[in-house]
Design a binder for this molecule. Structure first.
Ligand SMILES: Nc1nc2c(ncn2[C@@H]2O[C@H](COP(=O)(O)OP(=O)(O)OP(=O)(O)O)[C@@H](O)[C@H]2O)c(=O)[nH]1
Ligand SMILES: [Mg+2]
Length: 263
């Protein structure tokens, strides 16, 4: 059955997850109904915390997000996750790994997880990601986590979309840390050195501390350091709310969306 945009927008506002998923597919397929739904969505009054989680492949972003979902759910928060896959224009790129890792939350009606493929767009963030984010904001998710692979241009894209950016690095990257200095580490609000159980973790931690303001150490699959990360994220949000910098960034984001939506 094909629903009209007004009905879909209403269902999104009521957090009907099937409708939310459907609208996201419409958006991904650039279906005009998707655009019509977007036009009818009203952002929820309670502003969501939007957090970008970015880093090189395999550093543990999905594992970390999985633990963050558990922790935020314990705090009674509704959590939305967008996992942006830069890979495979051929398969259309549903990230099975991400799905499986977060599978334990699949039956929780207050968790929404969606993989999105960028389909060869420049930069790691799908054009559709910003629009998908608007859908989650309209559905009043409290925490919205966006996983992206932080290589090249993506790191800049995530800053435009997420007011708080967490860069995830792993020990033993050595030269790569140097390379990241100009990009990932510089744009990040919070740096997480995950895989704190790995050899070389102490040394990488020291290197990072010499370069970055805020570095946390986690062992994601063992749930170590997650509550500390949550506390730091909450503090960032508090500071941003206090000095109003979120507003500035939101305007920036809207301008950006306007600039890209016509392309
Ligand atoms: N030893 C150790 N392994 C970890 C830790 N966190 C994650 N892993 C493992 O590292 C591998 C990659 O984890 P993912 O969470 O898929 O990493 P990712 O950054 O999401 O990877 P991509 O999405 O492919 O970029 C998995 O096998 C995890 O179980 C950790 O703190 N310590
Ligand atoms: Mg992942």
């Amino acid at each position: 059955m094909r629903l009209d945009a007004a009905t879909l927008a209403e269902q999104v506002a009521k957090v009907d997850v099937r409708a939310i998923a459907r609208v996201m597919s419409l958006i991904e397929n650039r279906d005009p109904v998707g655009t019509a739904v977007l036009a009818q969505l009203t952002p929820s009054r309670a502003q969501a915390s939007v957090i970008g989680i970015t880093g090189y492949p395999g550093t543990g972003k999905s594992t970390l997000i999985d633990q963050l979902i558990t922790a935020y759910r314990r705090l009674g928060q509704k959590v939305g996750v967008l996992a942006v896959d830069i890979s495979s224009p051929i398969t259309g790129g549903a990230v099975l790994g991400d799905r499986i890792r977060m599978q334990q939350h699949a039956d929780d009606p207050k968790v929404f997880i969606r993989s999105m493929a960028t389909r060869g767009h420049q930069g790691g963030l799908a054009h559709a990601t910003g629009e998908a984010l608007r859908v989650l904001e309209a559905a009043a998710y409290d925490m919205i986590l966006i996983e992206t692979v932080g290589v090249g241009q993506n790191e800049l894209d995530i800053v435009q979309i997420a007011p708080i950016v967490v860069a995830v690095v792993a020990p033993g990257l050595g030269d790569e840390i140097q390379a990241m200095k100009a990009g990932l580490l510089e744009v990040a609000d919070i740096v997480v050195m995950n895989k704190g159980d790995h050899e070389g973790a102490d040394r990488t931690m020291r290197d990072l501390q010499a370069q970055c303001r805020m570095v946390l150490r986690t062992v994601a699959h063992r749930d170590e350091g997650i509550l500390e990360l949550i506390a730091v994220i909450a503090e960032y949000r508090r500071i941003q709310d206090l000095n109003g910098s979120r507003c500035g960034k939101t305007t920036e984001r809207l301008v950006q969306r306007g600039a890209t939506s016509g392309s």
